[in-house]
Design a protein around this ligand. Structure first.
Ligand SMILES: Cc1cc2nc3c(=O)[nH]c(=O)nc-3n(C[C@H](O)[C@H](O)[C@H](O)COP(=O)(O)OP(=O)(O)OC[C@H]3O[C@@H](n4cnc5c(N)ncnc54)[C@H](O)[C@@H]3O)c2cc1C
Ligand code: FES
Length: 587
């Protein structure tokens, strides 16, 4: 009979870590006497970061004394105390390779259901003083698991753990953990795991993504789509020369470049919404300027088209505008990006402002070329008629669709601009405007525009009733950081790291517009990015969770430690990699 050895609780506190503060509830202490277990927490317990831990499906974390013994031997340590692994219940019995998702247990007055394995997060490494811990828990198949509270009640150390029901399908905690994190992901096992109703929604989403990918889509990416979305593998590695075939003015400040292969052969097809990255040399003596531009032309044509807004004092856009001529050759990385038009029959909202029209214009081209029967909305905001690129082109494309709606706003219409002809409303695309338009709720929305627009519109569409996971966004710059638990991180402009430049290869952070030299004193590219305040996303920091997966536009990396599963082709896990040569990262 399994037994509850200890009930451990702890409230989140700030812990110093690498010069920063981490707000974490991973420090738990064993308590004596009965404790009330409620739907979201044990009395006296709390989680520091509710995005990663806690909630109904992750109310109580369980870890086994047998795994304590395993790790004591593995690390040669004898200093473990109850709660050492951040768990609420230390148990004797209930091994990960026997307990199944959906199993139900009674302990004291309370009844629990097994929902998912432990979340792979760096904080268990912090608690254990062993940074590799998140990765080791997965590779040694000893993750521990979470319980949902079905019946609230008191529990106490020493009580017996009585199994009251078995999860359907008999998928063990160790099996499902391996199914998501380790290479392989057999299709029949994914389908079996997805049939377990008790599995937490987050895990269901990840396993479903793996199953969908396995449907046999050509150009299927390697890597782990259950953990990080990935496009098809890049059509070529690094940069290749492309010739400027045309230059066209689109508005007062926007111009398009049409690019062709130097030998005239058709270029590989890109997905509607993808972007190209350019290595430009505005200053022949200085470092290259690396900039990305979404493709604005018809996907599948023999040439690529990008459209650039000339920014005041903009290094790259100014150089392209002033110096580029037809026949010039540019260094271009292959089409990339996951902001791409999804297949389906739901309505499509293409919502953009300013130069943000470019990726959604490529989507409109794709829809028009297919005479797609879906309901399509083109919602666009700009300043006035002189700053309205693609006005005729978008109208012509919409006219080819059987079910299209157009709505254009000018924030400051010029005297010659005709309301009802050139634009519908004076003002910006806003939450109120969307409310009034009654856009369909069961839609896929694609949004791109300036920072204020990207701040307001996704939330506005969600509150208008669209499903958040179907609101897709593209940001023309560095993406938002994800630094779970860090409390004292102010968003600062990017900068080279403190101290003299390192002796290593040049590392370019393309979205942040920064190139710095590698220094081997950094354990990983993530650490270098952090030293430069380049926004990054991460969770485990040891190559398990793929949260840090980023585009590797050119160059090669080595891994130490080796990730549990390799990222998609053309991507890199920055938390556990080091450069082999000069790199360009999509960060
Ligand atoms: C995925 C992706 C897709 C993109 N797609 C497009 C696209 O389709 N079209 C497009 O035009 N852009 C696009 N961008 C943005 C593009 O990559 C560049 O960031 C943009 O062209 C500006 O680069 P720049 O070198 O001209 O400006 P930078 O020199 O990098 O300057 C950036 C900003 O700072 C301002 N600035 C520069 N110097 C000064 C100064 N001394 N004082 C005050 N302000 C200053 C500039 O006005 C500019 O607004 C995309 C970006 C990404 C990441
Ligand atoms: S942060 Fe988890 S794989 Fe890099």
């Amino acid at each position: 009979m399994a037994k509850l050895l200890a009930v451990n609780v702890g409230l989140p506190k700030d812990v110093p870590w690498q010069g920063r503060n981490v707000h974490t509830g991973v420090w738990k202490q064993a308590v004596t006497g009965p404790r009330m277990v409620r739907r979201l927490n044990i009395d006296g317990d709390g989680q520091g970061d509710l995005a990663g831990h806690g909630g109904e499906h992750r109310a109580v974390l369980v870890y086994q004394i047998d795994s304590y013994r395993h790790w004591q031997k593995e690390f040669g340590r004898d200093d473990f105390v109850y709660g050492q692994f951040g768990e609420n219940f230390t148990v004797d019995g209930l091994p990960d390779d026997e307990v199944c998702i959906g199993d139900r247990y009674r302990i004291g007055e309370a009844v629990f259901e097994v929902t998912q394995p432990r979340v792979t997060c760096y904080r268990v490494g912090l608690r254990m003083e062993e940074p590799r811990m998140p990765s080791l828990l997965v590779s040694h198949r000893r993750p521990g698991f979470y319980l949902r509270v079905l019946t609230e009640g008191r529990v106490e150390a020493g009580e017996e753990i009585v199994k009251v029901a078995s999860g359907p399908e008999g998928v063990t905690v160790a099996e499902i953990d391996a199914l998501l994190y380790l290479p392989g992901h057999p299709r029949d096992q994914l389908a079996r795991a997805l049939r377990v109703p008790a599995l937490s929604p987050g895990w269901k989403g990840s396993l479903q993504a793996l199953l969908d990918q396995d449907e046999g889509v050509p150009g299927k990416p390697a890597g782990n789509v259950g953990l990080a979305s990935a496009g098809p593998p890049p059509a070529w590695g690094g940069f290749r020369p492309l010739r400027v075939a045309r230059i066209d003015a689109e508005s007062r400040s926007v111009f398009s470049l049409t690019l062709a292969a130097v030998d005239g052969a058709p270029l590989p097809a890109a997905l509607p919404g993808q972007f190209l990255t350019f290595r430009l040399r505005p200053d022949t003596a200085g470092p290259p300027a690396i900039r990305s531009y979404s493709m604005s032309g018809r996907p599948g044509s023999a040439c690529y088209r990008i459209s650039v807004k000339q920014e005041p004092r903009g290094v790259a856009s100014g150089y392209l505008r002033a110096h580029l001529r037809v026949g010039d050759v540019l260094d271009v990385a292959a089409p990339r990006g996951t902001f791409t038009l999804r297949a389906g029959d739901s309505p499509v909202l293409l919502v953009s402002a300013g130069i943000g029209a470019t990726p959604v214009l490529a989507m409109l081209h794709a829809l028009a070329a297919a005479r797609d029967p879906r309901e399509v909305w083109w919602l666009y905001g700009t300043r006035d008629g002189a700053e309205h690129p693609f006005a005729q082109e978008s109208r012509d494309l919409l006219a080819r669709l059987p079910n299209a709606h157009e709505y254009v706003c000018y924030s400051r219409p010029a005297p010659g601009d005709r309301r009802g002809v050139d634009y519908e409303t004076a003002g910006r695309i806003s939450a109120d405007l969307l409310d009034g338009l009654r856009v369909p709720r069961a839609a896929d929305a694609y949004l791109c525009g300036p920072p204020a627009f990207m701040h307001e519109l996704p939330a506005a569409l969600a509150s208008a009733g669209l499903t958040p996971s179907r609101i897709h966004t593209e940001i023309f710059g560095a993406g938002p950081a994800l630094t779970p638990g860090l409390t004292n991180v102010a968003a600062r402009p990017v900068h080279p790291p403190a101290g003299p430049p390192g002796p290593g290869p040049a590392i370019s952070f393309a979205r942040s517009g920064l190139t710095v030299e590698w220094d081997p004193s950094y354990a990983s590219l993530l650490e270098l990015a952090e030293a430069c305040d380049v926004p990054t996303r991460w969770s485990c920091r040891t190559g398990v969770c793929h949260t840090c997966e980023s585009g590797l536009l050119s160059g090669a990396v080595g891994y130490s430690p080796e990730p549990v599963e390799a990222p998609s082709e053309g991507d890199v896990l920055i938390c556990c990699s080091q450069p082999r040569d000069d790199l360009v990262l999509d960060l």
